[in-house]
Every structure is written in structure tokens, then in C-alpha cells.
Design a protein around this ligand. Sequence first.
Ligand code: UDP
Length: 252
Amino acid sequence: MARRTKIYEGKAKVLYEGPEPGTLVQYFKDDATAFNAEKRDVIEGKGVLNNFLSELFMNGLNGIGVPTHFIRRLNMREQLIRAVDIIPLEVVVRNVAAGSLSKRLGIEEGTPLPRPIIEFYYKDDALGDPLVTEDQILAFNWASHQDLDDMVALAVRVNDFLSGVMLAVGIKLVDFKIEIGRQFEGDMQRLIVADEISPDSCRLWDIKTGQKLDKDVFRRDLGSLTDAYSEVARRLGVMPKSPVPIKPKLMN
Ligand code: UDP
């Protein structure tokens, strides 16, 4: 394979220069990290599953008119995406209390929320991605009023879509995180869903048993992460015949 220019390497993905201007290739690694990378492991096959699952969700969103960075999947671990300027905020949507919300506010995990809650976290590993208010976002110019309105609208649509997709296969979408980027078209900019949507960035509970089918399996040592992600992929009809991990290709 031709050598490509690496643009960025994160904890779970690598971005390479794309084949044409305005595009990037997003490569899904098998690395799993939690607690701001204090816990880490390599989970063989995770990258393949997340590549296919993110494709499914992003494609579905594109199909209902929610713009995303996804163009097409290239192979088992890579997808072609639109280059965007990532807004330095993680947008979290919650339907059921869990994780940091439960810890911070003392609300028992599993408590249904009276309405979806949207939160913003400032993307800064050194600070541990702190929760931030809209006033802070505006004061420090991380996003404008219009951006915030657009981000909330995108987050709500993603929540409705993903909740429905999951419900249809017996899974409760407890919460999730998305990242949003600015795409420039001449002088115009629009906000689109970027990064990934996968069990790494969602909490997914089996509706009947409550079994966790997401990264909490890794965070809390609850069993095999590959089995959990494969179960999500199997129910959604993604890679139904090939849940077995595929070894990573060496890049560069
Ligand atoms: N999340 C994520 N990346 C992060 C932080 C959170 O994808 O850096 C996701 C997480 O998987 C969960 C949701 O956002 O689905 C809410 O996470 P929470 O704030 O409860 O934090 P956590 O308990 O994961 O520390």
C-alpha cells in the first residue's frame, strides 16, 4: 500500500490525508482506553467492528438528512470522510442516568430521565475533558450562539434516530457522545456530525436483561468487549457472518 501522510493519531483512530482535497481517511485501531487513558488495552477486532458500526449509523443519519462526515467505507478498518474543523466540545446526550451524571448528582444508574439531557464537555485531555456551561463556551469562543443551537438540534436528531435503531433490536440507548465539525463551502460553514458513533461512545443496555453492550464492559471489567460489540453488530445485521476479529494491517 502506498505511504500516506498521517494527519493525526488519537487513542482509537488515525487520520490520514485523503485521496482528494477536503477528504481524510479514518483508520480504526484496536486500542481501548478509559479513565483518560489510565486504563488501556488492545482488543483484537474492536476497530473493525467500530468501523462497520459507525458506517451503519452515519449512513443512516445521512439518509434522514442529518449531515455527517461519512462518505464511504474503504475496507475493514478504514473509511473516507470529509475533513472538518472539529469543535472542541464533546456533546453528550443522556436518556437514562449513568456514568458521570450518576456519580456527580447521586442519581442511581438506570433511572430514566424525564427528558433527554444534553451536556457539553471541553475537549482537553490535560484537564480531563471538564463539563462546561453554555456561558463558558460563548465566553471562550469555542462556539457561537448559532453553533450551539445547531449542535443541540443535531444532537437531538441523532438521539431520536439512534434510539429508534437500537430499540428495534432490543437495546436501550442510555447515553452517547458525538463530536461535531465545521465544514466550509466557500464562505459558508455548516456543522456536521464527525468522529465516530460506536459502542465506544455510547452506553447500550440489553432491554430485557440490562446486560451492558458497550465500553463499560472494558471500563468495569465485565467480560469480553469483542463479544459485546459483536452482539450489537449481529443484532443490527452488520458483519453477521464475520464477528471474528480481523488482524490489523500494518500501516506506514
Ligand atoms: N463518552 C465518550 N468519550 C468521552 C467521555 C464520554 O465517548 O471522552 C461517552 C460515554 O461512552 C458515554 C457518554 O459519553 O456513553 C457519557 O459519558 P459519561 O459522562 O457518563 O462519562 P464516563 O462515565 O464515561 O466517564
